[in-house]
Design a protein around this ligand. Structure first.
Ligand code: PAF
Length: 289
C-alpha cells in the first residue's frame, strides 16, 4: 500500500491505478469503514482511502480537538484490507494557505436534522468531499448509509456541480448487539455502551410495525420516543420519519417509502442511526430535485 501525504504524492501514485473507488474517512477506522473498502474493490481496479479529520465540518464547541485519532493503526488496517493508496493529508494539503473557496449547500435538505443541529456542518462536508474528489479523481465515491443525510446532500452536490462520479452507498455495519459502528462509540462509558443498543431496537420495532401495516408517521416517531425515553442513560435529540430524498417530514408513509432517522446523546457521545422503509438501500438519483 502506498501512503501519500501531499496532493502531488497522491496524484503521482493515483495516475497508475486504473479505475478507483474512493472511501473518504476521518480515520479511527472500524469494520464499517473496511466494509466500504470491500464495496469499492468489488467494482474498481483500485481503492483509495483518505484519512482526514476535516475542521470545516465541526462547529464551535464540537469535538474537533478530541476526535479520536490513531493513524498508525488505521494504516495497518488499510494495508491488511488490501487498500492500494491511503491519503493522509495535513490541513494545509487540503486547505492550502489562502484557501478561500467553500461549497455552500442551501435549501431545505440542509436545514433539517443534522443540518439544524449542526449549522454549517454540511457546507464543511461538501467542501472537503469536493476537494477530495478534485484531487483523487475517482470513478466512485463510496459512503456509508449510517450518515443518510450526508449521502442525500452529497448526491445533490454531485448533480449540482456536474461532478461525474458514481455515489455508491454501503450498508450500516453493526456490533453484535445492533449498535451502529461509529468512531465516536469510543466516547461511551461501559454503562452507556450497554444502553446504546436501544436505538437499534427502537428502529427494529418501527420496521416491525411498518411491516404490520402501520403508515402513520407520528405513530412511528412516538414509538421511538417511548423506547428511547425508557433508557435513562440516553436522551433522544430527534427522530424523523421523512421522505428519503427531500427529507421533508411525512404525515403518512406512502409509496416513496421513508427514511426513519434519529440522533441521541449517551454521555459525551452523540449517536446517529436510521432505517429505510421499506428496507431499500438507495433512492434512485432521478428523484434528486
Ligand atoms: O463521514 C465522514 O467520515 C466525513 O463526513 C467525511 C465524508 C469523511 C468528510 O469529512
Amino acid at each position: 500500500m502506498q501512503v501519500a501525504r501531499t496532493r502531488d504524492d497522491l496524484r503521482a501514485t493515483r495516475a497508475s491505478l486504473g479505475t478507483v473507488g474512493l472511501v473518504p474517512t476521518m480515520g479511527f477506522l472500524h469494520d464499517g469503514h473496511l466494509s466500504l473498502v470491500d464495496v469499492a474493490r468489488r467494482e474498481h481496479d483500485a481503492v483509495v482511502v483518505s484519512i482526514f479529520v476535516n475542521p470545516t465540518q465541526f462547529g464551535p464547541g464540537e469535538d474537533l480537538d478530541s476526535y479520536p485519532r490513531d493513524v498508525d493503526r488505521d494504516l495497518t488496517l488499510l494495508e491488511k484490507a488490501g487498500v492500494d493508496l491511503a491519503w493522509v493529508p495535513d490541513v494545509e494539503d487540503v486547505y492550502p494557505v489562502g484557501s478561500c473557496t467553500r461549497v455552500r449547500v442551501e435549501g431545505p435538505l440542509t436545514a433539517v436534522l443534522e443540518g439544524a443541529s449542526r449549522p454549517g456542518h454540511f457546507d464543511g462536508v461538501a467542501t472537503v468531499v469536493t476537494i477530495l474528489l478534485g484531487v483523487v479523481d475517482p470513478d466512485a465515491l463510496v459512503m456509508g448509509a449510517k450518515d443518510a443525510q450526508q449521502v442525500a446532500v452529497l448526491r445533490h452536490v454531485l448533480r449540482d456541480l456536474g461532478i461525474a462520479v458514481d455515489l455508491v452507498v454501503g450498508p450500516t455495519w453493526r456490533e453484535q448487539d445492533g449498535l451502529a459502528m461509529s468512531s465516536r462509540n469510543v466516547y461511551l462509558t461501559p454503562a452507556e455502551r450497554a444502553a446504546a443498543p436501544v436505538l437499534r431496537r427502537s428502529l427494529t420495532t418501527v420496521e416491525r410495525l411498518y411491516a404490520a401495516g402501520e403508515r402513520d408517521a407520528e405513530t412511528l416517531r412516538s414509538l421511538v420516543r417511548r423506547n428511547v425515553s425508557a433508557e435513562p442513560a440516553g436522551s433522544l435529540e430527534y427522530v424523523s420519519v421523512a421522505d428519503p430524498v427531500t427529507l421533508a417530514e411525512l404525515e403518512r408513509v406512502g409509496p416513496e417509502g421513508a427514511l426513519v432517522s434519529l440522533a441521541a446523546h449517551f454521555g459525551r457521545a452523540r449517536l446517529l442511526d436510521n432505517v429505510t422503509l421499506p428496507a431499500a438501500v438507495t433512492p434512485p438519483p432521478s428523484r434528486v430535485q
